[in-house]
Design a protein around this ligand. Structure first.
Ligand code: HEC
Ligand code: HEC
Ligand code: HEC
Ligand code: HEC
Length: 425
C-alpha cells in the first residue's frame, strides 16, 4: 500500500512540473510549410490498480480492440514484411559481432563482446532477456521486459530490485503488454508504469509528448545503482551526451574496466530518447509514436497501429503527411544512416588501434602514472561517444547532427590519445 501512495506523490510532482513547463515553454523554431500533429496528448494522474485487478495479459483486450491487438501481435514478426527493409536497420536476426568485429575488442571484458544481437520486437522482450547469456544483476532487469513489472513492484516494493532474476521471472508470464503503456485503460490514456522513468521525468526541462514518454520508459540510457539494484536514469545534469558523461564522472562511475588498458568505461544501453531529443522532428513535437505507430487504414477501418517497428515499412502513413516523395525520403534516410555508420566504423578502427597501442605500451615500458591516467581518460571519453551512437538503434537517423558531433568528438579524443602514445616512444 505504501508504494501506491509514493506513486501518487511522484505523479503529483509530474503534474506540478507540467504546469511549470507550459508556463515557460520556449519559442518553437518555425520550420517552413509543415505542421505538427494536431493535438498533444497528456499524461494523466495515474491510479494504480490493486495487484489482483491489474490486467497484464494483452489478450484480455482482443475482442474490444481487435485490430489494435492484431497489430500489436505483429511485433512477433521477423522477416515477414510488406515493405523492403532498409539496409541498416530492422534486419532480423542480426549478430552485431559478425557485422562489426571491432566490438569484440572494444567490449572486451563484458558480455556484449560475446553475445550481441540486434533488438527484436516487443513480443520477444521477455523471452530474449531470459535467454541472453549476459549476466543479470537482479530482477530490475525486468523493468523493461514485461507488463507485469508494476505488479511486482507494488507487491515487493524496493526489495524487488535485488531479488534474484531467475527466481522472480518464474512467476512472470507476459512480455511487454497493453498494461505497460495504458495500465487498465487502453484507448483512454497513456500511463507511465516504469518507476525509473516517472522519476526521470521530473528531471527534464520540458515535458515530452505522451507518445514519446510511452517509449522513453525503456528506450533510454540507464544504469543499476550499485547498492540498491534500482534502475536509475543518469539525468541530473541533463540528457545531452556530455551531461550524462559528467553525471557518471562526478560519481566516479564505470561499468567495467577494459582488461587490456585498465580504462574505467561506461557501457551505453539504448539512448533513443536522448538522441532523438532536440532533433528537427522533435522540435516539431513529433512523437516516437507518430512515426513508429501511425494511424493506418485496413479493411476500411482506421486505427492506430501498435506494431512498433521500422517506420520505413509504413512511409506513407508515418512520413507522408509531411514528405510526399516516399522513395526520396527513404533514400535520404538511408544516406544519413550510411554516413553515420561509416563514421562509426572509422572511429571504432581508431579505438582498436588505441587499445592495441596502449596495451602494448603498458607491456613494453614504464609510463608515468599521470600519462596512463590521461590516456585512460581520453579512451573513456572517445569510447563513450562512439558507443552512444553505436547502440542507438536508428543508426543516426533520429538526430544526425547530434550523432555526427559525438563521433567527431570521439575521433578527436582518440587522436589525442594516439598522439600522446606516439610521444612516449
Ligand atoms: C521522424 C520519425 C521518427 C521518430 C519521431 C522516431 N523514430 Fe525511431 N526510427 C525512425 C527511422 C526512420 C528509423 C530507422 C529504421 C530503419 O532503419 O529501418 C528508426 C529506428 C528506430 C529503432 C530501431 C528500429 C529497428 O527496426 O531496428 C528504434 C528502437 C526506434 N527508432 C525507437 C524510437 C524512439 C524510442 C523514438 C522516440 C524517442 C523514436 N524512435 C522516434 C523514425 C523515427
Ligand atoms: C509501448 C506503449 C504501448 C503499448 C504496449 C500499447 N499501447 Fe495503445 N497506445 C499507445 C500510445 C502512445 C497511444 C496513443 C495515445 C493515446 O491515444 O492515448 C495508444 C493508443 C491506444 C488506443 C487509442 C487509439 C487511438 O486512436 O489513438 C487504444 C484503443 C489502444 N492504444 C489500445 C492498446 C491495446 C489494446 C494494447 C495492447 C494490445 C496497447 N494499446 C498497447 C502506446 C501503447
Ligand atoms: C517496457 C519497455 C519498452 C517500452 C515501453 C517500449 N519498448 Fe520498444 N523495445 C523494448 C525492448 C526490450 C526491445 C527489444 C526486444 C528484443 O530484442 O527482444 C524493444 C524493441 C523495439 C523496436 C525494434 C523492433 C524490431 O522489430 O526491430 C522498436 C522499433 C521499438 N522497440 C519501438 C518502440 C516504440 C516506438 C515505443 C513506444 C510506443 C516502445 N518501443 C516502447 C522495450 C520497450
Ligand atoms: C509532421 C511533419 C513530419 C513528419 C511526420 C516527418 N517529417 Fe521528416 N522532416 C520534416 C521537416 C519539416 C523537416 C526539415 C525540413 C526538411 O529537410 O524537409 C524534416 C526533415 C527530414 C529529413 C532530413 C533530416 C536531416 O537530418 O537532414 C529526413 C531524412 C526526414 N525528415 C525523414 C523523415 C521520415 C523517414 C519520416 C517518417 C518516418 C519523417 N521524416 C516524418 C517534417 C516531418
Amino acid at each position: 500500500m505504501r508504494k501506491v501512495i509514493c506513486w501518487g506523490i511522484i505523479y503529483i510532482m509530474i503534474m506540478g512540473m507540467t504546469a511549470i513547463t507550459t508556463g515557460c515553454a520556449r519559442e518553437e523554431e518555425e520550420l517552413p510549410g509543415e505542421e505538427a500533429p494536431e493535438e498533444e496528448l497528456r499524461i494523466p494522474f495515474g491510479d494504480v490498480p490493486a495487484p489482483e485487478d491489474m490486467i497484464v495479459d494483452a489478450a484480455h483486450w482482443k475482442d474490444r480492440y481487435p485490430m489494435i491487438y492484431e497489430s500489436f501481435l505483429r511485433t512477433s514478426r521477423m522477416g515477414d514484411f510488406t515493405v523492403e527493409d532498409s539496409t541498416l536497420g530492422g534486419l532480423h536476426p542480426a549478430d552485431y559481432l559478425e557485422k562489426y568485429p571491432n566490438i569484440k575488442i572494444l567490449y572486451d571484458g563484458i558480455g556484449f563482446s560475446k553475445e550481441y544481437y540486434v533488438a527484436r520486437g516487443h513480443y520477444y522482450a521477455l523471452e530474449d532477456v531470459i535467454n541472453t547469456a549476459r549476466p543479470k544483476p537482479g530482477a530490475s532487469c525486468l523493468a523493461c521486459k514485461t507488463g507485469e513489472y508494476e505488479k511486482l513492484y507494488v507487491e515487493h516494493g524496493e526489495d524487488l530490485f535485488r531479488m534474484d532474476f531467475h527466481e522472480t521471472v518464474q512467476g512472470v508470464e507476459h512480455s511487454i503488454s497493453c498494461y505497460t503503456c495504458h495500465r487498465n485503460e487502453p484507448g483512454e490514456n497513456v500511463h507511465i508504469t516504469a518507476p525509473h522513468f516517472a522519476i526521470g521525468l521530473t528531471k527534464l526541462e520540458e515535458e515530452p509528448p505522451a507518445g514519446t514518454q510511452a517509449c522513453a520508459q525503456c528506450h533510454v540510457e540507464y544504469y543499476f545503482d550499485a547498492d540498491t539494484g534500482e534502475v536509475v536514469l543518469p539525468w541530473d545534469n541533463g540528457i545531452e551526451i556530455d551531461e550524462i558523461e559528467a553525471y557518471f564522472d562526478e560519481r566516479g562511475f564505470y561499468d567495467w574496466k577494459h582488461p587490456r588498458t585498465g580504462t574505467p568505461l561506461i557501457k551505453v544501453q539504448h539512448p533513443e530518447f536522448e538522441m532523438y531529443t532536440g532533433s528537427i522532428h522533435d522540435r516539431m513535437r513529433i512523437s516516437c509514436m507518430d512515426c513508429h505507430m501511425p494511424m493506418v487504414e485496413e479493411e476500411g477501418e482506421t486505427y492506430r497501429s501498435h506494431w512498433a517497428k521500422s517506420p520505413l515499412k509504413t512511409v506513407e502513413e508515418s512520413c507522408g503527411q509531411c514528405h510526399q516523395d516516399a522513395e526520396g525520403i527513404i533514400t535520404q534516410t538511408e544516406d544519413i544512416q550510411r554516413e553515420i555508420d561509416e563514421m562509426q566504423v572509422e572511429v571504432s578502427d581508431m579505438l582498436v588501434k588505441l587499445i592495441e597501442d596502449f596495451a602494448a605500451a603498458l607491456d613494453e615500458r614504464t609510463m608515468e602514472q599521470d600519462v596512463v591516467q590521461q590516456l585512460q581518460t581520453l579512451h573513456r571519453r572517445a569510447q563513450y561517444r562512439w558507443d552512444f551512437v553505436m547502440v542507438e538503434n536508428s543508426t543516426g537517423f533520429h538526430n544526425a547532427s547530434k550523432a555526427r558531433k559525438a563521433l567527431e568528438e570521439a575521433k578527436e579524443f582518440a587522436q589525442e590519445a594516439l598522439d600522446l602514445l606516439a610521444e612516449q616512444e
